[in-house]
Design a protein around this ligand. Structure first.
Ligand code: GRF
Length: 196
């Protein structure tokens, strides 16, 4: 039986695309059963539809609390019978109202090494820190999401990335994304194998 993945996104969805491509090619013995975005204009929703995958903008209702939203989101995701929930550029903190439904099954990717640059704009912040001579390398991490901590949790994989002298931010960003896509697919491959 193929491993069932629900992917949560907020934007471009290039990591989602890497997963979709790997499912299609057979590299991953998995199927993306649903893509959920908290943003209506997330390009990842288009990527999902182009791949024939169920995709939804899961909008926050007026006056809805964070707990109520997360409970509703958990109900929706549970109905998809996922083996794993992948946070692929999901830019919203998930509370226990969601996480309690999926212990050890929520996986996040973050474009920095553990305990460095949590939150948004991690790639730019690492680049700027390097420009100031503060760091010589950064990286990508993939981890379980056990609680409401931001970009923190038991590690599944890390990959270091060295800076290249005089590299533009744009080139550096695309190099980081390339590493993300490969590390994400390879890590999922490993997890899926262990599960089987
Ligand atoms: C990625 O860098 C991911 O690690 C971070 O947000 C970015 C999303 O990129 N959490 P994309 O939407 O997958 O292209």
């Amino acid at each position: 039986m193929k491993t069932r993945l629900v992917v949560l996104i907020s934007g471009n969805g290039s990591n989602l695309q890497a997963i979709l491509d790997a499912c299609k090619s057979g590299e991953l013995d998995a199927v993306v059963v649903s893509v959920i975005s908290n943003k209506a204009d997330a390009y990842g929703l288009v990527r999902a539809k182009n791949a024939g995958v169920d995709a939804i903008h899961f909008a926050k209702l007026e006056n809805e609390t964070r707990q109520e939203y997360d409970t509703r989101l958990a109900d929706y995701a549970s109905a998809c019978l996922p083996d794993f929930i992948i946070l692929a550029g999901w830019m919203r903190i998930l509370t226990f109202a969601f996480l309690n439904h999926f212990p050890n099954r929520v996986i996040n990717i973050h474009p920095a090494l553990p305990n460095t640059f949590p939150g948004t704009h991690a790639i730019e912040r690492a680049y700027e820190a390097h420009q100031r001579g503060e760091i010589t390398q950064t990286g990508v991490m993939i981890h379980l999401v056990p609680d409401e901590g931001v970009d923190d949790g038991p590690l599944l994989a890390t990959q270091e990335i060295n800076f290249i002298q005089n590299e533009s931010l744009e080139d550096f960003e695309s190099r980081v994304h390339q590493v993300e896509h490969e590390l994400l697919v390879n890590t999922l491959k490993k997890i899926i194998k262990e599960k089987q």
